[in-house]
Design a protein around this ligand. Sequence first.
Ligand SMILES: [Fe+2]
Length: 315
Amino acid sequence: MQATAGNRPDLRAEMNGSIGRYEDKRFDWEAFPASAGFPDLDRCQMRYIGAGGSDKVDDPTTLEPGHFTLSIVQQPPGKYAASHSHECVESFLALGGILTVGWAWGDEVLEARLGPKDMCLNAIGRPHGFRNDGDTPVYSSIMVGSKAPLPPRYVCHPRDTEAAMARAFGAAPGKTHKLQTDSEDHRHREFARHIVRYRDRKPDWHAAGFAKLAYIGEGGAPAGSYRMDLVHLPRSAGVALYERQVEDVYFVLEGVITVGWEEQGRVHEERLGPKDLVFNPPGRAHYFRNDGVTDAQFMLAVGTPKPEDVIFKAA
Ligand SMILES: [Fe+2]
């Protein structure tokens, strides 16, 4: 298809204003005011959609959120995020390094370690924290299921708790437990239901030529305010124009994808590489295709917990 930009409306400008490119981003080391003065809590944030858990809501380089925010957080070795909860769901998708996530029930904590492309969806109100026990930085894509989340509610912060206990997310000595996915304990079962491991996902091959790996929503962790699948898009595969009543977002993990927007018969296309993102707004006709040299993978996040209602067709 010939990629041409329309003049009315200016699709090219509108589309480029809805793309976050990795090379244009910077990590903000002052994104989390509650961590100031506590070097063990050091971490930085790269914002793509909204402010996430930061109060930097007026950052002009981030996109306006719909039903969720998205950022990348980098946590150096040895650092941790103190246990806290939210009024909405929040997902951690590990991108690099090994991320230790803890869920707290009083002074008992379950911990799970997440490798690349593994995910934990934090349930509403469940106190949780994360820590880097490895020797390389951890990079995670963090999504918060609200346009404007409230500040985190800390339940075990080093300003009011002894340092070793805060680092253990509030666990008393001997009360940190490794997640057992085959346990009958309701806490292990609940935590396990909210963790998705890439290696365990079975591909759901679609007639349109791509595979979906369910992460949040049907077949994945129980959805809160958004759904998410990992899309594996083979070289040369692509889908025809489609649209939704809510936003959908493509966040590229591997390879290169071509994204197209259509308006009144005119089309504009952009290519996205690893860690690039496009926010496709509600009602915008759009499509994706792989013109690259390798298969591509991207996270498809949709601003609703409802099951998929788009009938994808091969382009
Ligand atoms: Fe959180």
